[in-house]
Design a protein around this ligand. Structure first.
Ligand code: ARG
Length: 518
């Protein structure tokens, strides 16, 4: 039954052959930048990426979950400069990530006037080299150069930042039921692959020197719209783009993947077009054809009521406390879940996941704590409440070990039961379409439809019961008020509930939602 809605033949390389093996897909998602804020775009990539990975797994692919940390580049040089001025060991000891973020914010603030001056000069068509060769600019670039040269002291400091961040994030992802197979990152791109990209592009006449930098003029080699990009800067440092192109070669070597999917905001559409185009310039159409950028509209926020949200853990904490508030208010009302810390935590996470998965990729949304924890409407908590309600009904029944063969299903030949059956029959189509279109929101929308229909079934039994507590098994199975309903009919209904719960389980698993313990 766990298999319902899955189709493991889709991921096979040659499904009809007897020796068919699963194809390998790398799903790269989340990918935050060290020491800077975990943005709404990172959040959406995290949720969506996890769902897309799960959908592939359900369809028989061999899935590798990859986190490509922004752990290299000049911003890390800036952080190190900040560490020199504001870093304090005790504070780092106590709360590594919090302290790093604080340091980064302070140094960014100091750096801002220089950055603005440089931007102004560029806008006015002046040379920015003078501005950027002094002050914090120079310190930042010098430190990054030391990192790129592999200088032990610089690398050691950088590694402390990186390790602390990974430890922090691994914990936060676990709260979302997400586990990465690899924390890779921009720092991990091999010098050999970088060399290979540059020499190949040079051989093909695509790589040009321009004012001390090395560039690719996409507009010259097509497609025009991609413009000109720097691959290696004036100071000799590699760019985000160059590292991404080289990372494709590294991953091909390491995994020989059949497909690689980048789950990244639509803001980076041009960037990924360039990555894929550059791989083509290198004469590697075979590899370029395996690359796919799954984009999405940015989530807005955080909204003011979310307060100062900086890191993934803060977003999760905020959601849990929003749910906690609502549980406190609803105390005693039939929301089907107990007001415990564990429940609030599961509900908070579910609320965030559901809020994101409510929207198609192309639709942006704003973080909203107000409705996040509500038990009405299309929210995570209301999905959990429906699930718990259904479970309570099943647990209270005398179904026990009754054999399926003994069930008389003719009792289910009318609405709302038939409607539930009809919906359940659609489930495999839903997962298939969600998989093909990369729209996990379809699965969530389906689960809401199913729970709505189930509510119609459950409703009659719960009529007149609004304290949600101390229900007897008799009340729960509806025997009390259903004059016309025979024990056989009730048994058939409970069997249906059990099957429906399995469908809910399967759908929730795709979304990384665990049922709240009741
Ligand atoms: N760290 C990047 C950012 O925050 C996202 C990385 C996306 N993946 C990639 N291969 N470039 O913008």
């Amino acid at each position: 039954m766990k298999e319902y809605g899955r189709d493991s033949s889709l991921g096979l390389d040659n499904a009809s052959a007897s020796d068919a093996t699963p194809r390998k897909v790398l799903v790269e998602f989340s990918s935050p930048n060290l020491a800077s804020e975990f943005t709404p775009a990172h959040f959406r990539s995290t949720i969506l990426g996890a769902h897309i990975a799960n959908l592939h797994e359900g369809m028989g692919w061999d899935v590798v979950r990859l986190n490509y940390l922004g752990d290299w580049g000049k911003e890390l040089g800036l952080l190190a400069v900040g560490w020199g001025r504001f870093g304090r060991e005790e504070a780092f000891e106590k709360n590594p990530m919090g302290h790093l973020l604080e340091v980064y914010e302070k140094i960014s603030e100091l750096f801002r006037p220089e950055k603005e001056a440089s931007k102004k000069a560029r806008d006015e068509g002046q040379d920015t080299a003078t501005i950027e060769s002094q002050g914090i600019y120079a310190e930042r670039d010098a430190f990054f150069k030391r990192m790129e040269d592999g200088e032990p002291e610089a690398i050691e400091l950088w590694k402390r930042f990186r390790d602390a961040s990974i430890e922090y994030y691994a914990g936060a992802y676990a709260r979302l039921n997400i586990k990465f197979d690899e924390f890779s990152g921009e720092s991990q791109v091999s010098p050999e692959s970088i060399e290979k990209v540059e020499s190949t592009l040079k051989d093909k006449g695509i790589y040009e020197e321009s004012g001390g930098s090395w560039i690719v003029d996409f507009s010259k080699h097509g497609p025009k719209s991609l413009g000109v990009s720097v691959l290696r800067g004036r100071t000799g440092s590699t760019s985000y783009l160059l590292r991404d192109i080289a990372a494709v070669l590294d991953r091909d070597k390491k995994y020989s993947f059949d497909k690689m999917t980048y789950v990244v905001t639509a803001d980076q559409d041009a960037h990924f077009n360039k990555v894929i185009q550059a791989v083509r310039y290198m004469g590697r159409d075979d590899l370029a054809d395996k690359l796919e950028h799954i984009n999405f509209a940015k989530a807005q926020g955080p909204s003011p009521e979310l307060g100062k949200v900086h890191l993934l853990g803060d977003i999760l904490d905020q959601a849990v406390s929003a749910v906690q508030d609502i549980l406190d208010v609803e105390q005693g009302k039939p929301v089907w879940v107990e007001n415990t810390e564990a429940a609030a935590s599961t509900l908070g996470v579910t609320a965030l996941i559901a809020q994101d998965a409510l929207y198609k990729r192309a639709t942006g949304y704003s973080f909203n704590t107000k409705n996040l924890g509500l038990f009405t409407g299309d929210t995570g908590p209301s999905l959990q409440a429906s699930y718990a309600h259904l479970s309570a009904k099943i647990n209270a029944s005398s179904l026990g070990e009754t054999a399926l063969a003994d069930i008389d299903f003719t009792y289910l030949q009318e609405d709302p039961w038939t409607e539930v059956i009809r919906l359940m029959a659609q489930y495999p189509d839903i997962t298939l379409t969600a998989y093909k279109t990369h729209e996990p929101s379809m699965v969530l929308a389906y689960l809401f439809r199913l729970t709505e229909e189930l509510a119609n079934c459950l409703e009659e039994d719960d009529d007149g019961d609004d304290n949600g507590e101390a229900e007897t098994a008799q009340e729960l199975t509806g025997t009390e008020q259903s004059e016309a309903e025979s024990p056989e009919a009730i048994l058939a209904q409970v069997v249906l509930y059990k099957i429906a719960r399995q469908v809910l389980d399967n759908g929730m698993a795709i979304l990384g939602i665990t049922p709240v313990d009741t």
